[in-house]
Design a protein around this ligand. Structure first.
Ligand SMILES: Nc1ncnc2c1ncn2[C@@H]1O[C@H](COP(=O)(O)OP(=O)(O)OP(=O)(O)O)[C@@H](O)[C@H]1O
Ligand SMILES: [Mg+2]
Length: 524
């Protein structure tokens, strides 16, 4: 007999329906899975057989021993252990161990990994499937209990949390009804519970750098901080998340989807409500940073989506890593090759990088003398290429804080206060980009000034004659590129937004130019 059960497959962050067809017939014992399965799926034969038997059911009855499973469409590679549940349930139906008709099965999607004793385990990549199932008009989704909170972010579908295979069968037989999962946690409430490790209130002095970080947070701009050892670069970068606005539901969904696919959602941390802060080590490989690999997976740039990618000690990263970052920094997404074409992952993040000005660290320091030769300094700086630097909007020289300031009792403005201004500026941006069309259906929405295209810059960053003259002079003096010109305009748009100004005034432009040229003059 033939049974058909619906499931899904992820291609990057998008999903497609998979029809799991199970055919059980009399004959020579065979157990085959066809339809481009990977190793984990092939191994599901053993898991499914044990799970069925240990749940108290019979695995194939009588002389019906020929078992063929087809995962359709056959041209997409299927990965992971998602199909354990539909396969096990389908075998019970096709082998007539279950003879009842279950009406609700037609409109339902089944996903989840089984353990040998028939229990369902937390399975990665569930959220994109649930979002997709809803779009396709599927009414019920049966999935592992541990995945239910993550799935319940999508409303309008019934999420049935299952403990085990037995649990599902008893529910369908109306013997032990399971109630659809209702998210108990209020989304807004959970946002308020976010805790930050660092607060700007306890960082002494550094007002100029704090102001630049406020602009970066407000408009999503990239930052490079250069300074001597112990100046506070790492401390300042780590405090950046505390002034970033809270994520809205759309952003939470985008970020959670990426972590779901990467298998990085822990069972007790089902929603990524806190903006990501990724700080990969200098030894991290190109693939781990930008994504890809034999089984394509999102890299650090996508795990930092809507949050921060912090590259501490920038000069110690491999040059190939920095070069690989150029494309996602420009496009806000990254395409990785897979068996059939490409998949793209979103990668809109704030890059914050820090480094010393030279190998010994004290070049230009107010108190300590630099020990490096001119050649050493040059070699060190050459590690960061021109095109990479060009993609950074705010170039900051971080001075050391004076000792009396450091020892003083003064408490600076808190991150919460700064965040309020950042949020106001982001609201203006949300209004600005509300009507803007997306690049493609699958692209994520434009949310910050840094993501503006050249056409949008023309539309939203108008400057007057005095501003034009100022910018022209700066470009000539510092031989800035066309990209730098556009990036200065975006930063000045953010500076204007921070004071609620519709127009970009000359003073806003002057401040933006200053951040762009501070280091070029002294260091690069
Ligand atoms: N402005 C400041 N206010 C309070 N503490 C500070 C400040 N600047 C630095 N510190 C203290 O100095 C320590 C070292 O700072 P941090 O690690 O950020 O330096 P760094 O610039 O990253 O140095 P390196 O170049 O060696 O990595 C911090 O942990 C903090 O305790
Ligand atoms: Mg540091």
């Amino acid at each position: 007999m033939l049974a058909k059960i619906l499931s899904a497959v992820n291609e990057g962050l998008e999903s497609r329906l998979v029809e799991v067809e199970i055919d059980v017939s009399p004959g020579f014992p065979v157990f085959e899975i066809v339809g481009l399965p990977d190793k984990a799926i092939s191994e599901s034969k053993e898991r499914v057989r044990s799970a069925i038997v240990n749940s108290g059911f019979r695995f194939l009855r009588g002389n019906r021993k020929r078992l063929i499973i087809n995962l359709a469409p056959a041209d997409i590679k299927k990965e992971g252990s998602v199909y354990d549940l539909p396969i096990a349930f389908g075998i019970l139906k096709a082998s007539e161990e279950l003879t009842q008709e279950f009406d609700q099965v037609k409109d339902s999607l089944f996903v989840g990994e089984l353990s040998l004793n028939g229990e369902l385990r937390h399975t990665k990549g569930i959220l994109p499937m649930v979002i997709f199932a809803k779009q396709k008009g599927i009414k019920n989704i049966y999935l592992p209990e541990d995945n239910a909170p993550e799935a319940s972010l999508v409303d309008g579908v019934n999420i049935y949390p299952l403990k085990s295979l037995k649990n599902l069968i008893f529910h369908l037989l109306n013997q032990e009804k399971i109630e659809p999962f209702k998210s108990s946690e209020n989304f807004k409430k959970s946002l308020c519970k976010i805790k930050y490790e660092n607060d700007f209130a306890y960082i002494k002095g550094q007002e100029f750098i704090k102001r630049a970080l406020e602009i970066a947070a407000a408009g999503g701009h990239n930052v490079l901080m250069i300074g001597s050892p112990g100046a506070g670069k790492t401390l300042l970068a780590r405090a950046l998340p505390s002034i970033l606005p809270l994520m809205n539901k759309e952003e939470v969904l985008e970020v959670t989807k990426i972590y779901s696919v990467a298998g990085l959602l822990k069972p007790n941390e089902y929603l990524k409500i806190k903006r990501p802060f990724r700080s990969p080590h200098q030894t991290t490989s190109d693939v781990a940073i930008v994504g890809g690999g034999q089984v394509p997976h999102p890299g650090e740039v996508s795990l930092a989506h809507r949050g921060v990618l912090f590259l501490d000690e920038l000069a110690h990263f491999k040059r190939t890593v920095l070069e690989a970052l150029r494309q996602p920094l420009e496009d806000g997404e990254i395409s990785v090759a897979r068996a059939r074409g490409f998949v793209s992952y979103p990668a809109k993040f704030i890059l914050i990088a820090s480094m010393n000005p030279c190998p010994c660290g004290y070049f230009g320091d107010s108190q300590k003398e630099c020990q490096c030769s001119a050649g050493e300094i040059l070699r060190y700086r050459r590690k960061i290429s021109g095109p990479f630097l060009d993609r950074i909007d705010l170039h900051l020289d971080v001075p050391r804080v004076k000792i009396d300031k450091l020892m003083g009792e003064e408490v600076a403005e808190s991150s919460k206060e700064i965040r309020k201004r950042v949020e106001r500026a982001r609201q203006l941006q949300a209004k600005r980009f509300a009507g803007v069309k997306k690049k493609s259906k699958k692209a994520v929405k434009t949310m910050t000034n840094s993501e503006m295209t050249n056409v949008q810059i023309k539309r939203f960053c108008e400057i007057d004659k005095a501003g034009e003259d100022l910018l022209k002079r700066a470009i000539e003096k510092f031989t800035l590129s066309a990209r730098a010109y556009h990036r200065i305009l975006k930063v000045s748009r953010t500076i204007a937004d921070l004071v609620g100004s519709d127009k970009i005034k000359t003073e806003h432009l002057a401040e933006a130019i200053q951040y762009r040229t501070q280091l070029d003059e002294n260091i690069f």
